[in-house]
Design a binder for this molecule. Sequence first.
Ligand code: 15L
Length: 262
Amino acid sequence: MKVALSGAAGGLGTVLRKELLARGVDLRSAGHQPLVPLVEHEDICHGDLQDPVAVDRLLSGVEVLIHLAGTSTEQGLAEIVNNNLLALVAVYEGARRNGVRRIVFASSNHAIGMHSVNTRLSLDCDFRPDGFYGLSKMWGEGLARMYWDKHGIESVCIRIGTCIPEPTEFRHLSTWLGHRDFFHLIDLCLNTPEVGFTVVWGVSANTRAYWDISDSGPLGYRPSQNAEDFAGKILGHPNLLDAIAQKYQGGSFVTLDYSRSE
Ligand code: 15L
């Protein structure tokens, strides 16, 4: 099975590329700029994903695309529209042209970031984006739904929490996705026979998780890491998030351009 990885030079892409190569996955990795090969004869390409030629280079002969490319923080609307809306349409259209069977889409917890930290969410919760970035992920999930319904291209939308080696702050006790669980989840995204349109929480088995992982859907994702193992270290330090950021699941993204009077 040929797998493509976009956004291979980003934070998550860098660790995932290494891991997939180490696992012997038949991988093609892409970045916006040229990538330095990690192994001899590595299949790599680069380009702007709004350009159909670059998209075809990435997707030719590919069965599953792991789409991590795009803007991953709150930015101006024009950048978000270009990278997360227009490029995503170009990628799904490329998937149609090239017969790609499945796309694993990096959605984000910021699509639901305006929910209170006191609410435990299930997958059918309302979207409550905490900015244009979160809104673009809500739109991306809608796009994935449409391409399944109209064109039969499968998608797994992973609402990724905080995917870093170790949790380092209070919010991470709820949002952390450990690398081992991330790799396990990607493995399921690649190898589960039928997923149709699926949304899954990209989070570890955190005691204080905001998100209910009991509904693991067709993937059967069962994380094994827990941010609570790091609680001792984290709780010894003050929570540096401001009062608004502490109230909402999206944390510091919520505070950006927040103008509501309490
Ligand atoms: C995200 O969606 C971002 O891409 C990442 O940089 C983190 O901020 C993460 O969410 C988070 O919520 O911790």
